[in-house]
Design a protein around this ligand. Structure first.
Ligand SMILES: Nc1nc2c(ncn2[C@@H]2O[C@H](COP(=O)(O)OP(=O)(O)OP(=O)(O)O)[C@@H](O)[C@H]2O)c(=O)[nH]1
Ligand SMILES: [Mg+2]
Length: 676
């Protein structure tokens, strides 16, 4: 999938640059450093600063869902630096947390940098304790120190370091403050594992000792940490023990059950309580000041309004109007696409390339491959560069601003109530909104959801009812002149989203998990991050989209030569006609199989001379192509994340459903005689 390949490509380049071609002498030491910590504390910012490799940075928890790797040479030390998804604890609740934990357990690093938001030291320390229990050399990085200071807090790093027995360094990574100290720390002596210990109740300590005694084999983490995970009934750890230590598993089970019999709640409670008390003690010693004394600023007031049931909805409408309608629809689909299509392609690229190709290849069969109706340049490249890229670019820019501001988690809180009805918690807002950028990327991000049920529902809704940015741009561009058409499209798609979600929630067994999502501070979007992120995404998109559009042009060319293309159109035409659409729409649906945006771009192309398609057929085409099959890239990610069966079931369900809804809509609109 594109995002992964993009990250891998960057990594490969980073590797080449750092080790193979570097003129400096080979480093004398090398080590692996894992950046670990709760979500949204700045791990990816630090990773970017240390390695120069770009990992996405956003102001909401759960930005990183995959491990990213890069290298940095500091003095004579070569560091492999690993950025992990955010995790609150070593006992994971969601898939992305599991990825982070497994990173430590499967291949223990030489050192872990526990990145902490300095404003939330108390809440973060329990994870430091767990890392210490795991026996891994740990250093603590108090990040976001700028905001802590603004909130009237200061942390005595020496005191904290002495209390915990680990090195501590303070940074404000976004502005580079303290980064030299951090570099010196991670390239310096590897800290000896600290002997700091949380005092658990006596009976838990004796259970830990008994289990540690019974454990055989290598679990990556120290026996004390493994024992605590077993006592908390962490499924992943139990599975490992049953696999690696089958004969002792029943004895361990007995020890755990005996301990459980001594307490009326799951053992996770007393364990968490002991850690919290220890964290209080350490934080009380090191933190000065209280953030409660500071009045909320402008950002926080706006942030509160965003969560208010009425004001929040008005704000959402304003965000949609400005961000999507004006910026993506009017500016992207109107001004930018017009310019690229009419000024750049129609005036220069198409005539010049036609002239050159027809001279160089005076055989129509061959020249058609490049400059024919479906040619590589005249259709593939034109769609990719003149239609899709400006739309996607406009969306990515809007989205980057929203991501950086802290608005999205507030939106999650606002819509949690509605999402509950469709089996999702507000947390699912982030992958769903991300789907408006690219459904493929978003399907990967469904990992932040806690239960398989939630992940399946979100995957289904992304594949069915969430148009990607290119589709959305095309729809807004074409329908913005027909407000009634746009309203009908909106109502149908929202209706399908909620109805199919509610149906899926009824059919799939299981409970909706309780909503928990940390609400980060509202921040002014950083111009640099917005620009870097938009550019990185556009580069990734171009790398994924342009080759696919070109391959599609070649496939169509071969299809035309072998007449398979015409055959496919003949099969599709009756289905398209049944929706009240002209024959010409059949190839848009055929294109849609390759990529959603390709199909949408085709409709855009067809519908601009409005005699080909307008009014009711245009709205019906838009609704059907929005609901239409997931594109190839999304389908592949669905298989990887959810398995063959689910992916096939989702895709198999969607195709007839999309046509069915299109058919019904056409019948209804015609029978009530709507004029669009
Ligand atoms: N003010 C301030 N903001 C910071 C600092 N470090 C990071 N941020 C912001 O914090 C937010 C989160 O940063 P990320 O690097 O994405 O956080 P992360 O820990 O990788 O988050 P996940 O991938 O969700 O686990 C972004 O909006 C950053 O710009 C800092 O030192 N000061
Ligand atoms: Mg991150």
């Amino acid at each position: 999938m594109g995002a992964l390949d993009f990250a891998r490509g960057l990594l490969a380049r980073a590797r080449g640059c750092h080790c193979d071609t570097c003129p400096l002498a080979a480093p004398s030491k090398s080590r692996r450093l894992v950046l670990f910590g709760s979500p949204n504390v700045g791990k990816s910012v630090i990773f970017n600063q240390l390695t120069g490799v770009y990992a996405v940075v956003s102001n909401y928890p759960g930005t990183t869902v995959e491990v990213a790797r890069g290298e940095a040479r500091i003095g004579d030390v070569l560091l492999e630096i690993v950025d992990s998804p955010g995790a609150y604890s070593l006992a994971p609740l969601s898939e992305d947390e599991r990825v982070a934990r497994d990173l430590l357990a499967d291949d223990p690093p030489d050192m872990v940098l526990h990145v902490i938001d300095a404003k939330n030291l108390r809440r973060a320390l329990p994870l430091t304790f767990q890392l210490l229990e795991a026996g891994i050399p740990v250093a603590v990085n108090l990040n976001v120190i700028d905001e802590a200071e603004r909130a009237g807090l200061s942390v005595d790093t020496d005191r904290l370091s002495a209390d915990l027995g680990v090195p501590v360094v303070a940074t404000a990574a976004v502005s580079g403050v303290g980064m030299d100290g951090l570099r010196a720390l991670v390239a310096g002596e590897i800290p000896v594992p600290s002997d700091y210990r949380v005092d658990y109740p006596e009976w838990i300590e004796s259970a830990i000792a008994e289990i540690a005694e019974l454990l055989r084999g290598d679990y990556g983490l120290a026996p004390r940490a493994v024992a605590l995970l077993l006592l908390q009934r962490d499924p992943g750890t139990w599975e490992r023990v049953r696999r690696a230590n089958a004969e002792a598993a029943s004895d361990i089970e007995r020890v755990v059950s005996d301990a459980e019999a001594q307490y009326s709640h799951p053992l996770a409670y007393p364990i968490a309580l002991a850690r919290r008390q220890a964290a209080e003690g350490a934080a009380n010693g090191a933190v000065r000041g209280s953030s409660r004394a500071v009045k909320p600023g402008f950002g926080e007031s706006v942030g509160r309004l965003a969560m208010h049931p009425v004001a929040g909805m008005l704000m959402l409408a304003a965000v949609l109007y400005v961000g999507l309608y004006l910026f993506v629809g009017k500016l992207g689909a109107g001004v930018m696409v017009d310019f690229l299509e009419h000024q750049v392609f129609a005036r220069y690229v198409t005539p010049a390339s036609t002239h050159i190709v027809e001279r160089l290849l005076p055989w129509p069969t061959w020249s058609k491959l490049f400059v024919g109706e479906y040619g590589l340049i005249t259709l593939g490249l034109r769609y990719a560069i003149a239609i899709v890229l400006p739309l996607v670019g406009a969306f990515f820019l809007t989205f980057a601003v929203l991501e950086d501001s802290g608005y999205l988690p507030r939106l999650a809180l606002l819509v949690d109530r509605f999402f509950k009805r469709i089996g999702l918690s507000g947390r699912a807002v982030i992958p769903i909104v991300l789907g408006l950028g690219c459904d493929t990327m978003a399907t990967l991000v469904t990992r932040v959801l806690e239960t398989r049920r939630e992940r399946v529902i979100a995957t289904l809704l992304l594949a069915l009812a969430i148009p990607c940015s290119a589709q959305l741009g095309v729809i807004l561009g074409l329908l913005s002149r027909h407000p009634l058409g746009l309203a009908i499209w909106g109502v149908v798609i929202l209706g399908v989203f909620f109805l199919s979600g509610a149906l899926a929630a009824r059919l799939l067994p299981g409970e909706t998990p309780r909503f928990y999502l940390e609400i980060p501070p509202m921040r002014w979007p950083s111009l640099r991050n917005v620009a870097t992120k938009t550019f990185a995404r556009l580069r990734w998109y171009a790398a994924e989209v342009i080759p696919l559009f070109l391959v599609a042009s070649i496939v169509i060319w071969i299809g035309e030569l072998t007449r398979l293309f015409q055959l496919a159109l003949t099969v599709l035409r009756p289905a398209v006609n049944a929706l009240g659409l002209p024959d010409a729409a059949a190839d848009a649906f055929l294109f849609g199989f390759f990529r959603r945006d390709y199909g949408a771009a085709r409709i855009f192309d067809l519908a601009r001379p409005s005699e080909v398609m307008s009014g009711v057929p245009l709205v019906v085409a838009m609704v059907t192509i929005t609901l239409f099959v997931p594109c190839i890239a999304q389908f592949l990610v669905m298989i990887r994340e959810r398995g063959w069966r689910t992916a096939l079931a989702v895709a198999g369900l969607i195709l007839p459903f999309a046509f069915g809804v299109g058919f019904l809509l056409n019948v209804i609109l015609l029978s009530i005689g709507v004029q669009i």
